[in-house]
Design a protein around this ligand. Structure first.
Ligand code: ADP
Ligand code: MG
Length: 263
């Protein structure tokens, strides 16, 4: 299929069912989606709608039950072996006994990069997330926002074109989150990465994305895919413009539509 060959992530009729003691949980049901190179795609939906599961399937941390999924035209297993993506988890997941630079170095050590190359990449990625000067600090010496930036640096260090981010700013206060959203957009533009970003904040999804995937639970499915009409240059003030509010409104409608069978 030519359309999926050009896609960074392509899902066709993708289903994933967890078998549990209480019976099957349909975490993903017939998901069709294409993420193109350079896209910033947000996945938004209430807790339990399959957002994390979708990222985990891309990252080969879960296996699909049926359907198709490719990452850079490969199976998730091949893509993982080819180091096709960096993964940023919901909690920063930094090792407390390692300094920031040693945390970033860890995947590079595992991949067998020479010391000099490690040092170069650490310096570059710390610069990208504005943490130059903090390489010798321990995670607990940094604020929550700085820790999350360090974990983004770690995901960037081996320079994969695809970045998977699972609610990276979910635990941070709104002011820090605004600032990191701005920084992430700049980083995305500077590095030409493709980003799949999970959130349950409507303003965050609308502010960041070129494409917004609205999901609903039980079973986890896609209820709307919105192509953003916002310009790529996005000062924070854009969030008060009619165009922004219109997209936010459509996201909200998509979320409500998924809840028409309210329990
Ligand atoms: P989200 O990230 O959108 O909150 P998840 O992808 O984590 O949703 O979960 C989707 C659904 O699958 C939920 O109902 C969740 O309880 C269930 N689930 C997730 N992981 C597992 C697992 N390992 N085993 C069984 N059920 C799971
Ligand atoms: Mg989740």
């Amino acid at each position: 299929m030519t359309s999926s060959a050009a896609s960074v992530v392509s899902a066709r009729d993708l289903c994933l069912t967890y078998e549990t003691n209480d019976g099957p949980v349909h975490a993903l049901s017939n998901v069709d989606l294409d993420v193109k190179k350079g896209d910033f795609v947000s996945f938004i939906g209430p807790s339990g709608c399959g957002k994390t599961t979708f990222l985990r399937v891309i990252a080969d941390l879960e296996r699909k039950t049926s359907g198709d999924v490719t990452v850079n035209g490969m199976t998730p297993d091949e893509a993982r072996k080819a180091r096709a993506y960096g993964y940023v988890f919901q909690a920063p997941a930094l090792y407390p006994w390692r300094t920031i630079e040693k945390n970033i170095a860890l995947p590079l050590e595992i991949m067998g990069y020479a010391k000099a190359e490690q040092a170069k990449r650490i310096a570059q990625t710390l610069d990208l997330v504005n943490l130059t000067g903090f390489e010798r600090k321990f995670p607990w010496q940094l604020s929550g926002g700085m820790q999350q930036r360090a974990s983004i640096a770690r995901a960037l260090a081996f320079d994969a074109d695809l970045l998977l981010m699972d609610e990276p700013f979910g635990a941070l206060d709104e002011i820090v989150r605004d600032h990191l959203n701005e920084q992430l957009l700049k980083l995305w533009k500077r590095t030409n990465k493709t980003i799949c970003f999970v959130t349950h904040s409507i303003p965050e999804a609308v502010y960041l994305s070129t494409k917004i995937v609205v999901m609903s639970p039980r079973p986890g499915r896609v209820t709307d895919i919105i192509e953003s009409t916002l310009p790529l240059e996005r000062p924070l003030g854009i969030r008060e413009t009619p165009e922004f509010l219109e997209i936010a409104h459509r996201v909200r409608e998509g979320l409500h539509a998924g809840h028409s069978y309210e329990e």
